[in-house]
Design a protein around this ligand. Structure first.
Ligand SMILES: Nc1ncnc2c1ncn2[C@@H]1O[C@H](COP(=O)(O)OP(=O)(O)O)[C@@H](O)[C@H]1O
Ligand SMILES: [Mg+2]
Length: 580
């Protein structure tokens, strides 16, 4: 029974390996496939040059020490007379020059080849990273919210690299196989009997190694991925909850968890590297032992090995070249197994549906209407069913209701972050769809409760990737009542610290407001933007907000009634709100 189980496991690994090849090939473009084939040829040629470079030394030294051989050796003599040399010394001089040229060419080719290979591999790294990054940003907010941020980071940074390395291993395997095939044909030609016997013995070896090591590799790849996941999680958990961690006074426990994950990671890497050299060692030992045993046997049986010596030495030479090839193939096969998980992860990532959105402009001059709108997260119960609502341009609207009632959800639907399951949203009687939704979103300035400021200057944080315009910065910081503070604290270049650590809660919120205003939005949305502030700061900021939003449409979610008393429309949100 356990054998059956084993078989099944093996099969699973094999299928996932073939699947990863299929996946990676489907991930690269047609142009890449052409480059891949060209690189394959280049790799093959490289191996040819390398083999030639090594094997030409012996005859060179032999001829240099014994020039008479030039005339005696049949093959050399043919070359000698073909080019019409008049003395062996002349021949050797030309040989020297030719060799120097060859070695210079070899060096240049090596550099070029490595450039091309690395360029291809790292371009693919870029390509995978870039597409995962873009796809993540393009994904639906609902889908995004379900994901783990560490997983996304890992995909962009690490798994992309592993997937590209999978590709380079794949390339190496093909090149080595072709070199081996040629050498093998030569051996078959020399003595097919001996070749077949050696092949049989060595393939049993290779099979055993591939099966055993392959299984370990696949497992280690998975173990590595799991410990990596924990590793990243602990890092981001600890770094983003520094205060809480300190206050819990349980650093030791955290260190232990980190240690465990980190050790697991290094263990997987160690095993991976040991198993990487194991096949080569076993193979070389077995190969050479077999050969030496052959010679020993012949000596023992016939008392003289002279007759078979040329053949044996030919085999020794070939083994010398073939065995590294076989072990390189095994190495690369194992690396591929190790990275197969990453390929699958990248593949799944890139298979996820993204929303293609157009650039059609939409006008907002009169109203926003929600018509028979129905929404629920994934397969959860609907939060809104056949919900109707109208907001006129310039209105100040407050959304109130208990926590978890669906206020944020409703606002996210209105601003085009979430998409309704049924029903429609009309802007000036034009239906919001994927063609015009980007234009709609660009009209919105959004201020959330927890503003995340990234490490950088106030200016960078406000412009948020857009061009930094001093004039506009001055305007918005004045509106957000931040200008004077900045004047006294290093101006727009003031560094906010990671997460805005150098600023107070109120100041952070003001940077958030300035950020939301930077692109001059028509609609300003506050989702509990001031709830975390003290009453005094909140009322001050809200005064400013009402001032700023004089000519704008304002959507406010808030708990304190004082925050929303100036709104001319109040909407009470309950789960399953039904309004007609
Ligand atoms: N991304 C999400 N996936 C699944 N359920 C969610 C998600 N966001 C919110 N919810 C659920 O939807 C309901 C409404 O949430 P929300 O709109 O944030 O409430 P409010 O803003 O009124 O406090 C809650 O029950 C919440 O658990
Ligand atoms: Mg909310």
């Amino acid at each position: 029974m356990s054998l059956n189980k084993k078989k099944k496991q093996n099969k699973k690994i094999n299928i996932s390996f073939l699947d990863s090849i299929r996946m990676i090939l489907s991930l690269i473009t047609r142009r890449d496939r052409i480059i891949l084939v060209l690189l394959l040829g280049a790799t093959f040629f490289l191996t040819f040059i390398e083999t030639f470079g090594v094997s030409v030394i012996m005859p060179f030294v032999t001829l240099a020490t014994n020039p008479d051989l030039i005339l005696e050796n049949r093959f050399v003599n043919v070359v000698y007379s073909f080019f019409g040399f008049n003395s062996p010394i002349n021949f050797m001089l030309v040989f020297c020059i030719a060799l120097i040229c060859f070695y210079i060419f070899r060096a240049a080719y090596n550099i070029l080849y490595n450039y091309a290979l690395n360029r291809f591999v790292y371009r693919k790294y870029h390509y995978f990273s870039y597409h995962i990054f873009c796809n993540t940003i393009k994904s639906d907010y609902e889908v995004f919210a379900r994901k783990n941020l560490d997983d996304i980071r890992k995909g962009i940074i690490q798994e992309s690299l592993q997937a590209s390395q999978f590709l380079s291993s794949f390339l190496n395997i093909f090149a080595e196989i072709s070199v081996m095939l040629i050498l093998y044909l030569i051996l078959l030609f020399i003595s097919w009997k001996m070749t077949l016997v050696l092949t049989f013995l060595l393939s049993i070896n290779v099979l055993l190694i591939a099966k055993g090591v392959g299984k370990v590799m696949g497992k280690q790849g998975q173990a590595r991925q799991e410990s990596e996941q924990k590793f990243f999680k602990i890092i981001s958990q600890s770094l983003s909850n520094f205060k809480i961690l300190k206050l819990r006074a349980k650093e030791e426990e955290n260190f232990k968890r980190f240690e465990k994950a980190s050790l697991g990671r290094s263990r997987a890497q160690t095993i991976f590297h040991i198993f990487l050299i194991l096949p080569r060692n076993i193979l070389e030992t077995v190969g050479f032992c077999l050969l030496v045993a052959c010679v020993g046997y012949i000596l023992y049986a016939y008392g003289d090995a002279k007759a078979v010596l040329p053949i044996v030495s030919m085999y020794a030479l070939a083994l010398y070249r073939v065995l590294p090839s076989v072990s390189k193939i095994l190495d690369n096969y194992n690396t591929m197994l190790f990275n197969a998980k990453a390929v699958q992860s990248i593949y799944n990532n890139l298979q996820e549906s993204i929303i293609i959105e157009g650039n059609k402009k939409i006008e907002f001059k009169r109203s926003i209407k929600l018509i028979k709108l129905t929404f629920g997260y994934q397969d959860k119960k609907e939060i809104f069913k056949d919900y109707n609502l109208e907001i006129k341009k310039g209105e100040k609207v407050a959304f109130i209701g208990k926590s978890g009632a669906g206020k944020s959800t409703l606002v996210d639907l209105i601003i085009g972050i979430l998409r309704p399951k049924k029903g429609k949203i009309l802007i000036d009687d034009v239906e919001l769809d994927s063609e015009n939704i980007r234009s709609w979103r660009s009209k919105i300035g959004y201020i959330p409760q927890d503003i995340y400021l990234f490490d950088g200057s106030v200016a960078e944080n406000i412009a948020f990737g857009e061009k930094i315009n001093k004039k506009r910065l001055t305007e918005v910081t004045k509106m957000a009542n931040l200008y004077e503070f900045l004047q006294e604290n290093g101006g727009f270049d003031m560094q906010v610290g990671d997460g805005g650590g150098n600023l107070s809660g109120g100041q952070k919120q003001r940077v958030g407001i300035a950020r939301a205003l930077y692109h001059d939005p028509d609609i300003l949305v506050l989702d509990e933007a001031t709830s975390a502030l003290d009453v005094e700061t909140e009322s001050k900021i809200m005064d400013e907000i009402y001032q700023i939003a004089k000519d704008k449409t304002l959507l406010v979610i808030a708990h304190r009634l004082s925050t929303i008393e100036r709104c001319n429309k109040k909407i009470v949100v309950n789960m399953r709100s039904q309004k007609n």
